[in-house]
Design a protein around this ligand. Sequence first.
Ligand code: ADP
Length: 207
Amino acid sequence: MGQPLPFLQRFHGEVTACDRMQMFHHKPVTIWLTGLSGAGKSTIAFELERQLASLGHASYVLDGDNIRHGLASDLGFDKKDRRENIRRVAHVAQLMNDAGLIVIAALISPMREDRAMAREIVGPGNFIETYLAASVDACARRDPKGLYAKARAGEIASFTGVSAPYEIPSDPELKIDTAMSTPAESVAHIFSYLRDKCLMDTDCTVP
Ligand code: ADP
């Protein structure tokens, strides 16, 4: 990656993080959903976004599959490209947090060191690593996109959980077993965390 040019300066606007928190009624954090394909990242991310919107909170889903149509369309699935994908998404999340939005990132992000990099880029105080736990077999039974069948037949290389590793988070802020809870329960779990940590006004409802 290129280094910032030495003559580039940063400009700082007059709208502060505090101003934005008052406007949006929440602390702009990044909820980073990690887990195997089929663990429920997209399902939970978009339901969380829907519920946040219904309460008047501005949030946005950065979904791994969607990102690969544009921002990361030049990247593949080897270790280096996955890391670059995560680096880009983390920078976008950080910018969106800066703008005041709650970001919900839904990426397999299988390697611990890549998630640690994302945490550093976003800012450790704003990063909520959320591990959606579900075994390979449970995900393969769901197989919403038919990818496990293809991966097991050898038609997809470097498929996480089948032919590429997934490193289980050692110390995530949240762990949700999606084989044991419904998507609605998983979203409720995340809401409880946000409320317990005072990251959102509980009474925020836009008419
Ligand atoms: P990912 O984004 O992690 O690849 P998806 O959200 O695309 O996963 O797919 C998960 C699939 O599993 C969906 O079809 C969803 O309806 C289904 N599913 C079944 N039970 C659950 C659950 N408890 N939580 C989340 N998804 C579930």
